[in-house]
Design a protein around this ligand. Structure first.
Ligand SMILES: Cc1cc2nc3c(=O)[nH]c(=O)nc-3n(C[C@H](O)[C@H](O)[C@H](O)COP(=O)(O)O)c2cc1C
Length: 202
């Protein structure tokens, strides 16, 4: 079986981006920042995840985007984890800017203000993080890694894990959004417990 599958492997050209040649699973979050003129900025990101067990969050962003420039200037940003019903909203937040550099769609999206950072959050998400910039790592090709310290976090009541409650039921009742790069998504409602090895510790 393993011999057969290794015969069937296709070598990918690493002088180009490999990530469009197959599907992988990502979250879909919306990063909120404040534009230089004080208006809201929102942008979807899938290259985004916790960066430690100690409440750090990071995402990949190009320095060409206002998101990067706003964070570099203000040193803070917000993160909204989107629900499966919010893919259109997330996608709209990536609407190209007008010739004058504005992105009017952002003002039409339903938001509320973060509490500890000066940035918008998207209404009806299920997890809301407020982050202070810790570090930017540039020169990852055209991209940069933006690392933040989470200074405030709120989770929707229906998505909160409670002791004594069944995790399978929780996810079934409040399904999760998975972005399948490039260009597809799915709703995750049916899940199974991971078979950890006996005695496993983090
Ligand atoms: C589904 C989706 C996922 C995206 N993920 C990323 C990402 O992980 N990193 C990134 O730099 N841009 C990503 N983008 C592109 C930016 O969100 C988009 O260019 C946005 O308009 C930039 O806005 P800004 O100039 O307000 O920062 C994504 C776009 C979409 C539609």
């Amino acid at each position: 079986m393993s011999e057969k599958s290794s015969e069937n492997l296709i070598e990918l050209d690493t002088s180009e981006s490999i990530w469009e040649s197959f599907f992988t699973v990502f979250p879909l979050v919306v990063i909120g920042t404040r534009e230089a003129d004080g208006s809201d900025d929102l942008a979807p990101k899938h290259l985004a995840m916790p960066m430690s067990w100690n409440n750090h969050f990071g995402f990949v962003c190009t320095p060409r985007h206002n998101t990067y420039q706003n964070i570099q200037r203000d040193g803070e940003f917000s993160v909204t984890y989107m629900r499966p019903s919010q893919t259109v909203l997330a996608s709209l937040a990536a609407t190209p800017r007008c010739d004058d550099g504005s992105k009017p769609i952002t003002q039409a999206l339903p938001t509320f203000a973060a509490e500890k950072v000066n940035a918008p959050l998207v209404q009806d998400g299920y997890l809301f993080l407020e982050c202070e910039l810790q570090q930017i790592i540039d020169d990852l090709g055209d991209n940069s890694l933006i690392l933040g310290r989470i200074i405030a976090a709120r989770v929707a009541e229906d998505a909160m894990r409670l002791s004594g409650q069944d995790d399978e039921d929780l996810i079934f009742t409040s399904p999760l959004l998975a972005y399948l790069y490039p260009g597809r998504f799915t709703e995750i409602a049916n899940t199974t417990k991971l078979p950890f090895p006996a005695g496993f510790k983090r």
